[in-house]
Each structure stands twice: as structure tokens, then as C-alpha cells.
Design a protein around this ligand. Structure first.
Ligand SMILES: *Cc1c(COP(=O)(O)O)cnc(C)c1O
Length: 374
């Protein structure tokens, strides 16, 4: 291959300078590399329970219609979501994962000369989506490690980083990879202070898991803050990460803007049907939340017993500190356990583990204990 093809110089500088997103290592990749079996992946905050049983049935029915384009308006899913969330269908925008919606907001509001404000240790896609369109990612320092929400978003610091060129603010509640959260009062104080022309993206990818008193439901704030856009996903608690379905809820005028930008068929028919079935099965969601709650306790108790400091999390993952994170990660991989290094999030002394089935959490803790001793 030509080492330096001519078009490279023509690529937009913002794109040339991007660092690609680093996903959790797929099980098949580790199998190929090490030739080992019995691998467990606790690296991408996937649901150990998988989707509701009814999802399989609707997917089978969809297989008869694979030659047809999906409903580009996502009518049935939007209606179901609007009913579920008590909002108007015109407030809902569907996305190919909620990641899609983060990109759409960046495309609609950001460009060279503008900036988006976000926290240190925040979800990586905010900076990626911002820089991809040539805008500046303004990263505010996070709360200190000994704060009530260790390494969590510092909303005051974020407000301070805003200026006349700020068009978007990204808030993850709770945040990944820290698992920290923001309460209603703090969030409303912030929203009340943000200039109304700045779009505030409130990423609630783990909303269904959070059970803390005082945790705000972003959808209930939309009436008072028209510049607010709430994103959620079927990838986490609903167990449908493979199908890529997320949604945003916002003022209809904001939904209308995103609707102009999105690909006409950005959510496929399998995803649309599966998401509706998943949404309808409230028992399955409750089971996923219960297993996660037990898993968080199992993991945090186990980490404490090993003397490893961790950030208390309300998501389905825990970030914990270890003596040599990169080395320990390699040794965990060789033991067939995939967790997530978070050096790219400015947490180079930590690893993030997702809540798995009880036996997977136990194997992770037992292996970790053994590796720390050897
Ligand atoms: C996983 C995650 C998402 C996006 O997931 P999708 O699969 O694209 O819906 C968004 N925000 C945060 C904070 C996440 O952890």
C-alpha cells in the first residue's frame, strides 16, 4: 500500500487529529489472541441478564421483512416511548444508540470557533463528537477524589468554563466511568444559570438502574428548561446493546432539528421491534435492576475486602484503584477476564469492572485477589 496517499493532506485537520474510541475488548478477540476458552467480559457495562424473553419472538417475526426498509419515522416506538415517559411523540428523537444522538447534537450546534463544555473523566464520546466537527472540547476539572462524589462532575467548574462561544454542555448522570451522580437541586441550580441559547445534553444512559433518593428524572425538567435534551438507551438496563437503539427527549423544536440531520433509516427494524418489546416488559427490567443492585454490593464488598479503593457507583460498573492498572489488566486478560482500562479517561491508576452474574463477579474477585498476591 502507498505509505502516504495524497488525500491524507486533504482530510479535515479535526478528523486527522481524532483519537479513535477504544471499546472494551470483544470475547472473540481475546480467544483468538490467547487461544483460551471460558472468557468473561465485564468491560462494556452490558446486561448480564440479556434482553426480555419477548424480544426473541419479535425478532423472529421481523426476519420475514428483512428486504423492506424500516419505518424511518420509528412511529410505533416513539408512541410507546411517549406514553412511557409522559411526553409528546414530537419530543422524541430515535438514534442508532444514544451515541448517534450525541453526534447529531454536535453536528447541529458545534463548529470551529465554538466549544462544548464537559467534565474531566466524563464519557469519552462527548469530546470525540465535539472535536470531530472542529469545535473545542473544554474540559472542566472534576471533583477531587475525596469529595462526596469522588472524581464526579463539578458543575460550578463547568459553569466557569463556559463563555460566549459555548454552544453545548454535556452532563452524564450518572457518569461513566466514575458512577457518580448529581442530585436534583444541584442540577436545577446549574440549569437555571446556563444561558438559554446553550443546549444542555443530560446523558441518562444508566437512568433505569439508579435508585437514589434525590436523583432527578431529566424528562420532568424539560417543561422548565427548553434548552435541555435528555438521552437514554436500550443498550444498558434493557440489554440490547447489539441492536443500537437510543433516544433523546427534548423540546419539539430541538427534536425537529435533529430529525433533519439524522440518516433517514438510522434505527433498523430489528432494533425498533426489540426496543418496543423490551419497554413493555417491566418485570424483566425490575429483575435486571435487582441483579445489578446485588452485584454492586457483591463487587464493592469484595473490593473493600481486598483493600482496593473504589468510587461508589449508581451505575452497573465500578471503577477501582490498583497498584499497577496496565499490568493487572494484562494479567486479568490472561486469566480470561476482560475489564476496562480507564487511562484514556484520566484515571490511569484504575480499572472499571461491569456488574456481571453473581458467579462472574465472584470469579473476577477471586482472580483479582490471587493476582494481587502473586
Ligand atoms: C454506554 C453509554 C452511552 C451510549 O450507549 P449507546 O449504546 O450508544 O446507547 C452513552 N452514554 C454513556 C455515559 C454510556 O456509558
Amino acid at each position: 500500500m502507498h505509505p502516504n496517499p495524497d488525500f491524507l493532506a486533504q482530510a479535515l485537520p479535526a478528523v486527522r487529529d481524532l483519537a479513535p474510541y477504544e471499546p472494551g475488548k470483544p470475547i472473540e478477540e481475546l480467544e483468538r489472541e490467547l487461544g483460551i476458552a471460558n472468557i468473561i467480559k465485564l468491560a462494556s457495562n452490558e446486561s448480564p441478564l440479556g434482553p426480555a424473553p419477548g424480544v426473541r419472538r419479535v425478532l423472529e417475526a421481523e426476519l420475514d421483512r428483512l428486504a423492506l426498509y424500516p419505518d424511518g419515522s420509528g412511529h410505533a416506538l416513539k408512541q410507546a416511548l411517549a406514553g412511557h415517559l409522559d411526553v409528546a411523540p414530537a419530543q422524541v428523537t430515535l438514534g442508532n444508540g444514544s451515541n448517534d444522538l450525541l453526534n447529531l447534537v454536535a453536528q447541529a450546534f458545534l463548529a470551529p470557533g465554538r466549544n462544548a463544555v464537559m467534565s474531566a473523566h466524563a464519557f469519552a464520546i462527548y469530546a470525540l463528537a465535539t472535536r470531530a466537527v472542529g469545535a473545542e472540547a473544554r474540559v472542566a476539572p472534576a471533583l477531587p477524589a475525596d469529595a462526596a462524589q469522588p472524581c464526579g462532575h463539578d458543575l460550578a467548574a463547568m459553569a466557569e468554563r463556559m463563555d460566549g462561544n459555548t454552544a453545548v454542555v454535556f452532563i452524564a448522570n450518572p457518569n461513566n466511568p466514575t458512577g457518580t451522580w448529581i442530585d436534583r437541586d444541584a442540577l436545577e441550580n446549574f440549569l437555571g444559570a446556563v444561558p438559554p441559547q446553550v443546549v444542555v445534553v443530560l446523558d441518562e444512559a444508566y437512568f433505569e438502574y439508579v435508585q437514589q433518593a434525590g436523583y432527578p428524572d431529566g424528562c420532568r425538567l424539560l417543561a422548565r428548561y427548553p434548552n435541555l435534551l435528555v438521552t437514554r438507551t436500550f443498550s444498558k438496563a434493557y440489554g440490547l446493546a447489539a441492536l443500537r437503539v437510543g433516544y433523546a427527549v427534548s423540546h419539539p423544536a430541538l427534536a425537529d432539528l435533529l430529525n433533519r440531520l439524522r440518516q433517514p433509516f438510522n434505527v433498523n427494524s430489528l432494533g425498533l421491534a426489540a426496543a418496543r418489546a423490551a419497554l413493555a416488559d417491566t418485570d424483566h427490567l425490575a429483575a435486571a435492576v435487582a441483579i445489578n443492585r446485588a452485584g454492586l454490593t457483591q463487587l464493592s464488598t469484595g473490593l473493600a475486602a481486598l483493600g482496593l479503593p473504589y468510587i461508589p457507583s449508581v451505575g452497573n460498573f465500578i471503577t477501582f484503584r490498583v497498584p499497577d492498572a496496565a499490568d493487572l489488566n494484562q494479567r486479568l486478560l490472561r486469566s480470561g477476564i476482560i475489564v476496562r482500562p480507564v487511562a484514556g479517561y484520566g484515571l490511569s491508576e484504575s480499572l472499571r469492572v461491569s456488574v456481571g452474574l453473581p458467579e462472574h463477579n465472584a470469579r473476577f474477585l477471586e482472580t483479582l485477589g490471587r493476582l494481587l498476591q502473586s
